[in-house]
Design a protein around this ligand. Structure first.
Ligand SMILES: NC(=O)c1ccc[n+]([C@@H]2O[C@H](COP(=O)([O-])OP(=O)(O)OC[C@H]3O[C@@H](n4cnc5c(N)ncnc54)[C@H](OP(=O)(O)O)[C@@H]3O)[C@@H](O)[C@H]2O)c1
Length: 233
C-alpha cells in the first residue's frame, strides 16, 4: 500500500530528504513549512521525480498554536486516511541557559515540543493501516551539549512525548519512533570547517527512516540513533 504522508519542515535538510525518499513510494505527500515559495519549489522538484505522487503544500508557522491547530483542520479536511506523520520541523538557538533571554527556551519549546504535541494529537485519530509517527529528536535528547542547553531541554521533552505517544497508540497499531541523529549537514552547520564526510548527510537519515518504516508492522524501532561513522562531534 502506498502511504499518505505528512512531513513538517519539508523544504530543507532532513525533512526535504525524507520527502524525496518517500515521494516515489507514496500516494500523497503533505509538505509543511513557513515559506510558501520554498514549499512550491520543493513541490515542483518532488513532482518531477515522482509524478504519480500527489503533493499538497501547507504554509504554516508551527510556533503559533493557532496555526498548528488550523493545519490539523486543513489536513483533516484533505483526508481522513493518513499513514505517516513526520514531526521534523525544529528550531536550534545556540546559547547557555543561564545567560540567554527567556524567549530562547520558550520559542524552541513552541516549535520542538508543542507543535508535535498538537499535530500528533490532531492527526492520531486519522491514522489508519500500517501507520507510523516519526519524531525528529536528536542525540541532544540523551545528553546536554555545551552551547545547546535549552535545545537539549526541548529535545529531552520531545523524547518523552515520543514515548508517551507510543504507549497510548500501540493498541491501535500505530508505531512511534524517535529519530536521534548526530550532526547532519544543514544550514545550522554552514561555516563549520569540517570535512564533508565528518557529518551525516540528510539523505542518510532519510534512508534510515525509510528502512524503519519498511519493517513489518509487528516490529517497531523505538529509538533510531544515527551518527557519522567517525562518531559524535
Ligand atoms: N541538522 C542536525 O545536525 C540535526 C541533528 C539532530 C537533530 N536534528 C533535528 O532534525 C530536524 C531537522 O533539522 P534540519 O537541520 O534538517 O533543519 P533545517 O535544515 O534547518 O530545516 C528546517 C525545516 O523546518 C522548517 N521550519 C523551521 N521553523 C518552522 C516553523 N516555525 N514552522 C514550520 N516550519 C518550520 C523550515 O522551513 P521554513 O524556514 O520555510 O519554515 C525547514 O523546512 C530538527 O527537528 C532538528 O532539531 C538536526
Amino acid at each position: 500500500m502506498q502511504p499518505n504522508v505528512i512531513i513538517t519542515g519539508a523544504t530543507k535538510g532532513i525533512g526535504r530528504a525524507v520527502a524525496e525518499r518517500f515521494a516515489p513510494q507514496s500516494a500523497q505527500l503533505a509538505l509543511v513549512a513557513r515559506d510558501p515559495a520554498g514549499l512550491e519549489a520543493a513541490k515542483s522538484k518532488l513532482k518531477a521525480a515522482a509524478p504519480a505522487c500527489t503533493i499538497f503544500v501547507y504554509p504554516c508557522d508551527l510556533s503559533e498554536k493557532s496555526q498548528a491547530k488550523r493545519l490539523v483542520e486543513q489536513l483533516s479536511a484533505q483526508s481522513n486516511n493518513w499513514q505517516l506523520l513526520v514531526n521534523n520541523a525544529g528550531l536550534y538557538l545556540p546559547g547557555e541557559l543561564l545567560s540567554e533571554p527567556d524567549e530562547a527556551l520558550e520559542q524552541m519549546m513552541r516549535v520542538n515540543l508543542f507543535a508535535p504535541y498538537y499535530l500528533s494529537k490532531g492527526i492520531a485519530p486519522l491514522l489508519s493501516g500500517k501507520s507510523h509517527i516519526f519524531n525528529l529528536a536528536s542525540v541532544a535528547s540523551r545528553r546536554v551539549y555545551p552551547g545547546k542547553s535549552s535545545y537539549s531541554v526541548t529535545k529531552f521533552a520531545m523524547q518523552a512525548l515520543n514515548d508517551a505517544l507510543r504507549m497510548e497508540l500501540k493498541e491501535r497499531g500505530v508505531r512511534v519512533t524517535a529519530v536521534l541523529p548526530g550532526p547532519t549537514w544543514s544550514a545550522t552547520w554552514e561555516g563549520a570547517e569540517l570535512p564533508e564526510g565528518r557529518l551525516l548527510q540528510a539523505a542518510e537519515v532519510a534512508e534510515a527512516v525509510w528502512n524503519t518504516y519498511a519493517l513489518p508492522a509487528n516490529a517497531v524501532v523505538e529509538e533510531l540513533v544515527i551518527q557519522p561513522q567517525l562518531g559524535d562531534l
